[in-house]
Design a protein around this ligand. Sequence first.
Ligand SMILES: Cc1cc2nc3c(=O)[nH]c(=O)nc-3n(C[C@H](O)[C@H](O)[C@H](O)COP(=O)(O)OP(=O)(O)OC[C@H]3O[C@@H](n4cnc5c(N)ncnc54)[C@H](O)[C@@H]3O)c2cc1C
Ligand code: SF4
Length: 557
Amino acid sequence: MELETPFDQRVRGRLAGFTEVARADEMKAVLQDLERENRELAQFLDKPQRDRYDVVIIGSGPGGGTLAHALRGTGKSILLVERGDFLPQEPANWDTDTVLTRQAYANTEEWLGAQGVPFNPYHYYYVGGLTKLYAATLLRFRAEDFGELRHEDGISPAWPVNYDEMEPYYADAERLYLAHGRTGEDPTEPYRSGPFPYPPAPVPPEVRDLRDRLGRVGLHPFAMPEGIALMSGGRCLYCAFCDSYPCRVLAKGDPELCCIRPALRSPDVSLMRRAKALRLETDATGKEVVAVVVEQDGQRRRIEAGLFVVSAGTVNSPVLLFRSASDRHPHGLANSSRTVGRHYMRHDITVLMAQAPEGHLLPQDHFWKTVGFNDFYFSGGADYPYPLGTVQVIGNYHSWMSNLLPEGFGGSAEERSRTAAKMLPIFNLTEDLPRADNRVELTDDDRIRVTYQANNLKSHTRLVETMTAKLKEAGYGPITAKPLIRVEQGGGYHHCGTVRMGDDPATSALDRHCKAHGLENLYVVDASCFPSASACNPVLTIVANSLRVADHLKTRL
Ligand SMILES: Cc1cc2nc3c(=O)[nH]c(=O)nc-3n(C[C@H](O)[C@H](O)[C@H](O)COP(=O)(O)OP(=O)(O)OC[C@H]3O[C@@H](n4cnc5c(N)ncnc54)[C@H](O)[C@@H]3O)c2cc1C
Ligand code: SF4
């Protein structure tokens, strides 16, 4: 592999050219390091449980996990309540059959679709939330995403905060979550107060080839910011099992590694695992939340606190608020505007598969998610002046790759596998708009229903067609397109918007600090607070926003 920078060389040097023996040695050393860290962690886990804390945070994904970390050291007692457990570190983490074909780590209950048909959303309830299997892409929203943006299919509304307010928190979020990237390449990149904390991940030859060929036909490739512990002293082995797999060696920039484990070292921060929050209770005036009822290993407990933060994810946060309905709050907490559960967004997504002109089988041990293209983020050209979205090379899914080919393409199962093994997968992602009818609800028999009708599809189709044409011009072919538009297609991974923040209590559930309108001490900090989805991957914005809310909370505690 041709080497690009001294950092690439160090990464390669560390892996000693990918020889099997060197890799096995490296793996052994890394696992020993992890075992030592796990032994150390054991002494900070399972602190004595109390009946009252200063702050209770429900849900340990990037919203809740980051907040617990940011509030450590304030001298206040903090309890993180998580319905899942730690995701096991085991060889099966990197087994495609286990992870992708059988979805053995997915542990969500069934949800109902619009027509009442049950489906498995393939979500992950673990310490760290959905990020345990995320692709670690840490993209900032564009500055314009925080203002009102006109799309072909309607308006993407403004946030109550702007990019300038968010910028310092983005910088902190990138440091905290180990962002490796390079500034100055992405034409839509917003202002930044400093460079990325770490240099970009090395680009493997087949992706570099794509990058260069698309560069020659006029696109502006940029190094994809990735949160992985590749830097000196980090455990990342720079393997090909990152996107959509758990990390066997705990080296992804996720809440477990970056926030929860370090926060647990503080005597003030406790984690309650396998503990599902069932409902929140308010005082007699209905103005303050006083307790959460939690079920842990079959036992119910009532825990009081001065401040409550809900961060159970875009579906479970509104569900918890609905289940907390009372005489004072007949439609659920934070829901006097009746917006809770509504404006569900999840991005319009299509995966293109593209074969390079040489048509070689692609290496199976390379990390691919290293390059993106934002040339059409804000416009489809002079004749189509509307935003189209972002384009990203995604990870290697190994034997599962043929599932990204459209039905009927490529003949027998064996032929489809052989064809897919020669193709690079390319994610095309368009912003969908917050529509009130796209919503999360509870049915009369207390089941979760998610109703979603995709929108902004003309722009999405335009993005897919434009990229297909560019890939053809660059010499790629065949090129296939598989849309993942329906929420039942396991496509709710970027979901957001169901407990939106805004300045007007009539049209939003939360104020600009993510505090519920009309309630003194209830906050929501996961992706459900997003007023719009942008076309960027959500995690860095969830983390930055959580850090922003933490600064506000520190003035109250
Ligand atoms: C395969 C995959 C790839 C992805 N790749 C990327 C990427 O590269 N970049 C990116 O930005 N985003 C990516 N995402 C999306 C990203 O992971 C999510 O946007 C993000 O995790 C959402 O964070 P959250 O805090 O809103 O909620 P979650 O991560 O869903 O966390 C919510 C937590 O609350 C817990 N919980 C739920 N209900 C309760 C309850 N009642 N009581 C107690 N606990 C509860 C859950 O178990 C969970 O741990 C990916 C997701 C997946 C699945
Ligand atoms: S590339 Fe991803 S999955 Fe592989 S070791 Fe690094 S962080 Fe873990």
